[in-house]
Write a protein that binds this ligand. Structure first.
Ligand SMILES: Cc1ncc(COP(=O)(O)O)c(C=O)c1O
Length: 413
């Protein structure tokens, strides 16, 4: 590989102008993970529209989308049935003095869909759900310690933020680390917690940013279940990112291991803001006792959107479709990478693939690949797991592979 240079950004684009304005009035131009300054050159910050598996930026460029808004878009952008359901509920009322009846419909649907769920409560963001799970586990057990895997992401407030800025030691005083898929480290952390173990928090699979992904081994999942049972603690699966893409009953259903609590968000309402906690009966009273609420948490339009999303996912077996499309993408990427002699790793479930390049110092190859693929119409990510949706067709995957081929060719230049 002689030289890697990402294609230049158009200097006078609408996106560039908006970014300049944003930088004057918004710290850093944008908070959080959607800040495109961290993406390869040429990636747009601002989008004008989205439909199905395609997004269009403010300069009129259209891309086949493999980030799906970082997870929420599971049926495809602007899905007609979901949008109609949300619109129709909003026409009657969205943010009222209490929820619309759709709250009960949705809770019933989730309890029916998710085998471990005896009840559920709702919030808006994934962090609401993971935080509520931890709080409920502590309230139910009267204990403090929560086991958390090193490097795992569970949200953006002090107890779980990946940044230490503005975070005090006390915010995380009762978290104990373990290593994903390492049962010995779990045993050591359980021992360290002693009689104070409230719960074990675990991601649906290991999807740490910038690393190869790891699926949970059955032995690991069973060890967590056994440790929680032995201690009378709550097993909490953070299904915020993976939920409804791997298995509609929960990402650990195929493993045969059921949690006590699960946190959900992202894909639950196909882009409408909603989160949920599902739990078992022994945690019902604790769920009643904790004070968990928000001004918009009973918004009913997003619940109607969730009803439509989950109903459609069930009708079409969404996870199976996404798996098939993900496998087609994975096979095509492997073939093209081999053709160009580029060593890559593809990890994670096919529905949420991560593509990394071997020997890739500071993701330079990944950035070059993505920048070139973007120029050819495919929106991939160089470090983070990507997302398939039910709107991706075989033709879309094949078109994206043509763009990927350009990316691989570019990397070998
Ligand atoms: C596994 C996981 N948990 C929790 C969260 C937090 O969700 P939110 O950003 O909606 O608060 C995320 C968000 O990416 C996530 O991926």
């Amino acid at each position: 590989m002689s030289q890697i240079v990402a294609p230049p950004l158009r200097a006078n684009s609408a996106d560039t102008a908006l970014r300049a304005r944003a930088h004057r009035v918004i710290p850093g131009g944008l908070w959080g993970h959607l800040n495109a300054d961290r993406m390869p050159e040429g990636y747009p910050q601002f989008f004008a529209s989205a439909e199905g598996c395609r997004v269009r930026d403010v300069d009129g460029r259209e891309f086949i989308d493999f980030m799906c808004s970082w997870g929420p878009i599971v049926l495809g952008h602007h899905h007609p049935a979901v949008e109609a359901a949300a619109r129709s509920q909003a026409a009657f009322g969205d943010c009222m003095n209490g929820p619309a009846p759709v709250l009960v419909d949705l809770a019933e649907l989730l309890v029916d869909l998710v085998p471990h769920a005896d009840w559920c409560i709702f919030g808006k963001n994934g962090t609401d759900a993971t935080t509520a799970c931890v709080t409920i586990a502590r309230a139910a057990t009267g204990r403090r310690k929560i086991l958390v895997a090193t490097g795992a992401y569970h949200g953006a407030i002090p107890w779980c933020s990946p940044s230490v800025a503005g975070v005090t030691e006390e915010d995380r005083a009762h978290l104990l680390p373990y290593v994903f898929n390492d049962t010995a480290s779990v045993a050591a952390a359980v021992e360290a917690a002693g009689t104070d173990l409230a719960g074990v928090l675990v991601s649906a699979f290991r999807h740490d940013f910038g690393f190869a992904q790891e699926l949970p081994t059955p032995a690991f999942a069973q060890a967590l279940r056994a440790a929680c049972d032995a201690a009378g603690a709550a097993l909490i699966v953070d299904d915020v990112r993976a939920g409804f893409r791997i298995d509609l009953g929960g990402s650990w259903e195929p493993l045969g291991v059921r949690p006590d609590l699960s946190a959900w968000s992202k894909a639950i309402a196909n882009g409408h803001a909603l989160a949920a906690v599902t739990g078992r009966d022994w945690l019902r009273e604790a769920a009643m006792s904790v004070y968990t609420t928000g001004s918009f948490w009973c918004g009913s339009a997003s619940m109607a959107a969730a009803m439509a999303t989950l109903t459609e996912l069930r009708r079409i077996d969404g996870p199976a479709h996404m798996r098939a499309m993900g496998e087609r993408l994975r096979a095509g990427l492997a073939e093209r990478a081999a053709h160009y002699g580029v060593a890559i790793s593809q990890t994670g479930p096919a529905q949420m693939p991560t593509l990394l390049f071997d020997d890739d110092i500071e993701w330079r190859k990944g950035f070059a690949f993505c920048a070139e693929a973007l120029r050819h119409g495919a929106y991939f990510h160089p470090k983070h797991n990507m997302f398939l949706s039910c709107a991706h067709t075989e033709a879309d995957i094949d078109a994206a592979l043509v763009a990927a081929e350009a990316g691989f060719r570019f990397v070998t230049r």
